[in-house]
Design a protein around this ligand. Structure first.
Ligand code: SAM
Length: 223
């Protein structure tokens, strides 16, 4: 099997990445086909689809166990790995549905996508169009049946003014609200005093959670 493309995203580290696709619609990615596959005719017709499936390699997940502790269950209940979407699987293959924002064939082949839940630099195994009549079913969602609750995100004055000076300030403000609002803390680390550091979309962000509100303390452009 070949790696057909590389996916470049807003997420240089695992901490803070949404746990599923579509949870942060402001997150962006570029699927850049590798030279052997960068043939414009290979994506002919894809422009007619609003969404695509991506099959990819969880390249930063090593090893697997038959059971995992899903964050959705507070990290203290074990379920079977095949009843989860954990990256730590015998074959570390992930699949996500992304919105297809555009296709650029000027220099190689690049698909612009949004609603991303994947680490920057992830190797891509395959791309397929999302077929609503076949792929969208009325289904039962097991232990993860409910849409996850989100927290309110409040930005400090420094964070607001720093974002206001950035070319992509509006998108980045939405991206922060969407990703931090998902409460990226590990399930069993709920220390209200703790200040967290995240890197995303070229930003260094300091934040903490006080009484179900995410307080963004500072935002700076990463070097
Ligand atoms: N939608 C995909 C699926 O269901 O297969 C991914 C779901 S998985 C729960 C998403 C998480 O995998 C992210 O929050 C991040 O922590 C982790 N992740 C993303 N890309 C990864 C990579 N390339 N290697 C290892 N872990 C990754």
């Amino acid at each position: 099997m070949d790696i057909i493309a590389d996916l470049f995203t807003d997420f240089p580290e695992k901490f803070g990445i949404p746990r599923q696709a579509g949870q942060a619609p402001s997150s962006q990615g570029r699927v850049v086909l590798r030279p052997a596959f960068a043939r414009p005719e290979a994506v002919r017709g894809l422009e007619g689809y609003s969404h695509i499936w991506l099959l990819f390699q969880f390249h930063q997940a090593q090893g697997w166990r038959p059971t995992v502790r899903p964050p959705r269950l507070g990290g203290n209940r074990r379920l079977g790995v095949f009843a989860s979407r954990s990256p730590f699987r015998p074959n570390p293959i992930g699949l996500s549905v992304f919105r297809l924002e555009g296709i650029d064939c000027d220099d190689g082949v690049c698909l612009h996508v949004s609603g991303v839940d994947i680490l920057d630099g992830t190797p891509v195994l395959d791309i397929k169009p999302y077929l609503p009549w076949a792929d969208c079913v009325s289904a039962q969602g097991g232990f993860a049946d409910e849409v996850p609750a989100t927290l309110t995100v409040s930005l400090s004055r420094q964070a607001e003014s720093s974002l206001a000076q950035m070319a992509e300030g509006n998108r980045l403000r939405s991206l922060l609200a969407q990703t931090l609002g998902l409460d990226p803390r590990p399930a069993y680390h709920e220390d209200p005093e703790r200040i967290y550091f995240s890197n995303l979309a070229g930003l260094e962000v300091q934040w903490r959670i006080c009484e179900d509100v995410v307080e963004v303390l500072s935002v700076d452009a990463a070097d």
